[in-house]
Design a protein around this ligand. Sequence first.
Ligand code: A3P
Length: 247
Amino acid sequence: MRRIPKVIIIGVKKCGTRALLEYLKLHPLIKAPGPEPHFFDRNYHPTNDHEITIEKTPRYFVSQDVPEKIYNLSPNVKLVVVIRDPVVRAISDFTQAVSKNEVKSNQTFRRRVLRRDGDINTHSSIVKTGIYVRYLTTWFQYFGRSNIHIVSGEDLIANPLGVLETVQDFIGVQREIDGNLIYFNKTRGFPCIRMLKRNNTAKCFGATKGRNHVQTDSATLKRLYDFYRPYNQYLFKFMNKTFEWNV
Ligand code: A3P
């Protein structure tokens, strides 16, 4: 039997998608077949009726044809989007690319996001991905407000339990995630999960989440903030919600 997930974390890359998925898996009825199963472009997984299947595939958010594909297969699906300050997201994305050796040795963050003449390189995916409102408006062409829930990546770090309450309500499950299982780990500098079955040892999200970011210069940051400002303002208006970003 082929089943599509009831809930999808569609993005955004480097905004906290993994942490959100791991937290949601603490719910007794929420099942995730794998970290990124690519239901809509590769696999389908069966589940029991009473369970809520969830997947996360951050690439969906920026994929042109995926909103329509998902809508055609599952118009009532619940979509969750995590967004964070787009400048910080861009630095996080570039930091990840550096650590995966996807960046040439002479490439810097500045060179990646700015053109030679100093303008923003709007062809760079690291830049484009942070224009959240551009992608969101496409998603909203297919799905209604009750199908898309936006989560602040900053809140997800500062107040994971508060965020999880709203996400459980959105998904339509009882608030059954045990708040005692998520605690702030000072050494890690991030929330981690208490593993009851493993002597309360901490499950943190590994070295690939919460990396030290590459150094950036303030002029580049300013250019980026200036670039994103109108998009952010449009987003806040569109969502009727403000995010505490450095705008
Ligand atoms: P940084 O590595 O830049 O700090 P994604 O899972 O979508 O790739 O997002 C990674 C980001 O999740 C991390 O970016 C980090 O800021 C954020 N995050 C949120 N909660 C976290 C947690 N409990 N542990 C580690 N990173 C977390």
